[in-house]
Design a protein around this ligand. Structure first.
Ligand SMILES: Cc1cc2nc3c(=O)[nH]c(=O)nc-3n(C[C@H](O)[C@H](O)[C@H](O)COP(=O)(O)OP(=O)(O)OC[C@H]3O[C@@H](n4cnc5c(N)ncnc54)[C@H](O)[C@@H]3O)c2cc1C
Length: 439
């Protein structure tokens, strides 16, 4: 039986990149803010799926496009020594990439949530939503071991990645036909890597690494290598690797002897990925110079879902908007990451379409079309399949989360609904918060 009833002004669902930004922004804007998260951590996919780095803070020309809470998180993390900050991306996805230590990132985000005055409920999943008169009326959550709670929020911000609140509320969502949905991966982190021989190998075999790869030094805190195709071929030929890849991404922290590897891939789920993880470690020990003593220090605590449900908003960001770097008078921020689409069946890593410049993200991409107190931030905002290949990147998730959280607070405190948000006021507030591109 449900025993508790909570009535926050803003409820944020999901404590990933978008949800942390949304909750910090809503609370700092003066709203009584509750953040619920299904797992036992804050940090979401970036922290706990062990992503190689946060990406998308700059466009290809080096102009910064993500500020606000995202930049504050990186600055705080950097001050703890948990990130080298924005460093050049030598293979030119964009101008920079931002390596993070995952556990330190999560702790830095928790510190910011605490400072902002956010109430946090961990191990708490949204399991039901009811609507009345085109509004979310109640959100039902279950906390592991503690039972259910009914939440009656003024405004809800869905940062669940999967548009869970929208789906449970019966609000309009978009999905792609199964064959077009991108494959899933499980990232792994190795410890005990000796970067001296590894980097010597990369220097001796430039043909096996992406053009422009900068081979770093063992005394540095970041290394970024796309390649190892010849060694992967050898592992596939001798049966150590059961699936074929022509390239892997290694994001290394040489002074810590650690490397995150992005190489597993399937459309069939966790048990297949787990097998690929162990095969990768065995392959690394056998074939990669400096890898003999490597061990599996961590795996992502979740399967990495690139794309699932997306909301259907008042506006939908399209491939054309992204590729033409379209300006929009309702912009709440910008994105600049290439359209990065991973094919389920191809052995190569991805196809990418670079952008000439940053594009604007219209406010309407965050607002439910058919409910008037429901917003979204992060990977599940209203985009087409192709546009999602850019907008899902974590720097952009920080931006859309912050905009949704700020809009939620303005609506809750101003007694308006999400369709009637004063976009000019929202943009001015976002600019004052350091968000870049809120025109
Ligand atoms: C394999 C892979 C590699 C990637 N590489 C990169 C990269 O190198 N750099 C980069 O910037 N981006 C990368 N991305 C993209 C990026 O990681 C995601 O798109 C982004 O992290 C999404 O952030 P988010 O805040 O929208 O969602 P998430 O970070 O996924 O957060 C959503 C949160 O909602 C919670 N949640 C879900 N359902 C419920 C519920 N019912 N109740 C309560 N809570 C719930 C989840 O537990 C989760 O913590 C990669 C993605 C994948 C899959």
């Amino acid at each position: 039986m449900d025993t508790n009833v909570l009535t926050p002004q803003v409820l944020v669902v999901g404590a990933g990149s978008a949800g942390v930004s949304a909750a910090v922004a809503a609370a700092e804007s003066g709203a009584d803010t509750l953040l619920v998260e299904a797992t036992g951590h804050v940090g979401g996919t970036l922290a706990w799926q062990l992503l190689e780095h946060s990406a998308g803070f700059h466009d290809a020309a080096g102009n910064q496009v993500t500020g606000g809470v995202g930049q504050r998180i990186i600055a705080l993390l950097q001050s703890y020594g948990g990130s080298p900050g924005h460093i050049p991306d030598d293979v030119a996805y964009t101008a920079t990439r931002t390596p993070v230590n995952h556990a330190e990132l999560a702790m830095a985000e928790a510190v910011l949530l605490h400072r902002a005055g956010v109430t946090l409920m961990l191990n708490t999943a949204v399991v039901g939503v009811s609507t009345v008169d085109s509004k979310v009326a109640e959100v039902r959550v279950e906390t592991a071991g503690s039972g259910g709670t009914v939440i009656r929020p003024t405004i809800v911000v869905d940062c669940s990645g999967d548009a869970v609140v929208f789906a449970l509320a019966g609000a309009a969502v978009q999905t792609d036909r199964p064959g077009r949905t991108q494959p899933v991966s499980l990232l792994l982190r190795l410890g005990g890597v000796d970067f001296g021989p590894l980097l010597d190998h990369a220097r001796a075999h430039p043909e096996d690494f992406r053009a422009g790869s900068r081979i770093g030094r063992p005394d540095e805190d970041h290394v970024n290598l796309w390649g190892f195709g010849a060694l992967l071929d050898a592992g596939h030929a001798d049966g150590r690797l059961s699936w074929r890849r022509t390239e892997l991404h290694l994001a290394g922290w040489p002074t810590r002897g650690e490397a995150v590897l992005n190489v597993t891939r399937t459309v069939s789920g966790y048990l297949i990925l787990a097998n690929q993880v162990l095969e990768t470690v065995a392959w690394f020990r056998r074939y990669v110079p400096g890898g003999a003593n490597a061990y599996l220090s961590a795996v992502g605590d979740r399967v990495g879902v690139r794309e699932s449900r997306r909301i259907l908003g008042l506006r939908t960001l399209t491939q054309d908007d992204v590729l033409s770097a379209r300006r929009d008078e309702t912009a709440i921020g910008m994105g600049a990451f290439p359209i990065d689409v991973h094919d389920a069946d191809a052995p190569g890593l991805s196809h990418t379409d670079g952008l000439p410049a940053a594009y604007d993200i219209p406010f309407g991409t965050l607002a439910a079309r058919d409910l008037t107190n429901l917003l979204a931030g992060g990977r599940c905002i209203s985009t087409t399949h192709e546009a999602n290949g850019s907008a899902r990147i974590t720097a952009t998730c920080f931006t859309t989360g912050e905009a949704a959280g700020t809009a939620a607070a303005l609506a809750a405190l101003g007694g308006t609904d999400t369709h009637a948000v004063d976009v000019g006021k929202l943009q001015a507030t976002l600019r004052s918060r350091g968000v870049i591109g809120a025109r």
